[in-house]
Design a protein around this ligand. Structure first.
Ligand SMILES: [Zn+2]
Ligand SMILES: [Zn+2]
Length: 229
């Protein structure tokens, strides 16, 4: 990656700066803690809710270094993170809202930095297109950690799952975990339509059933009342 001279200026912030990024949700092998792994660089490294970057290439320099691409990364804009989440290989990732502090460097779309606190986790969609509501074992992972995957209740089936609140508690920070998914553009209305249509269909069927029963009751009443007149 080529850095312009202006962007190579190393900066420092004592005030937390907001950022957005994608990460894979992870569960420790013993099930007692959760964390995150990067979606591009340093996938094998798991970080916690509050953590310091380490050089994923094994160097001992402080992150972020001018001569290395290591460090945490985030976007300035939540839309950029949502755009990235549309790539097929990132479909299982969750969206993180982070607070950046310490040393940082700017790049085209965001920051590369030393210290990070995860403030919020947004669980995206299930593979089937419905909103992910829980996290299930994805079947992949790295040593000591299982990678989790957002799934909807029907795709979860009988698999063991982790509720969003439990994931937040085990992450060891003050994290809000929501399941609203990426509510960008036409995606939300598209998914809402079949749900609404389904609800109307069920209601219509119930109304038809009630109407049929009322007709039956009315017919019986007619039968019972007719001889007395
Ligand atoms: Zn490095
Ligand atoms: Zn599903």
């Amino acid at each position: 990656m080529v850095w312009s001279a202006a962007r190579n200026q190393h900066e420092h912030s004592d005030q937390p700066l907001p950022g957005y990024k994608l990460a894979y949700p992870m569960l420790s092998a013993d099930g007692t803690s959760t964390g995150f792994s990067g979606v591009t660089l340093g996938r094998a490294h798991i970080y916690r809710a509050i953590d310091d970057a380490i050089c994923v290439h094994g160097s001992r320099h402080a992150c972020p270094s001018r001569w290395c691409d290591c460090g945490f990364y985030c976007f300035h804009d939540i839309a950029a993170a949502r755009d990235l989440a549309c790539e097929p290989e990132y479909r299982g990732a969750v969206l993180l809202e982070v607070a950046v502090s310490g040393r940082y460097r700017r790049y085209e779309r965001g920051l590369r930095y030393a210290r990070q606190r995860v403030r919020a986790v947004r669980i995206g969609r299930c593979d089937c297109g419905r909103h992910g509501e829980v996290l299930a074992d994805s079947g992949s992972g790295s040593i000591g950690w299982r990678r989790l995957l957002p799934v909807c209740p029907s795709c979860a089936g009988n698999r063991p799952v982790i509720e969003p609140d439990a994931f937040g508690r085990l992450a060891g920070g003050d994290i809000t975990v929501t399941t609203d998914g990426p509510p960008s553009g036409p995606v939300a209305p598209l998914s809402a339509k079949p749900d609404a249509a389904g609800a109307v269909a069920v209601l219509s069927a119930e109304v038809a059933l009630l109407q049929a029963r009322l007709d039956e009751v009315q017919a019986r009443l007619d039968e019972l009342t007719r001889p007395k007149e």
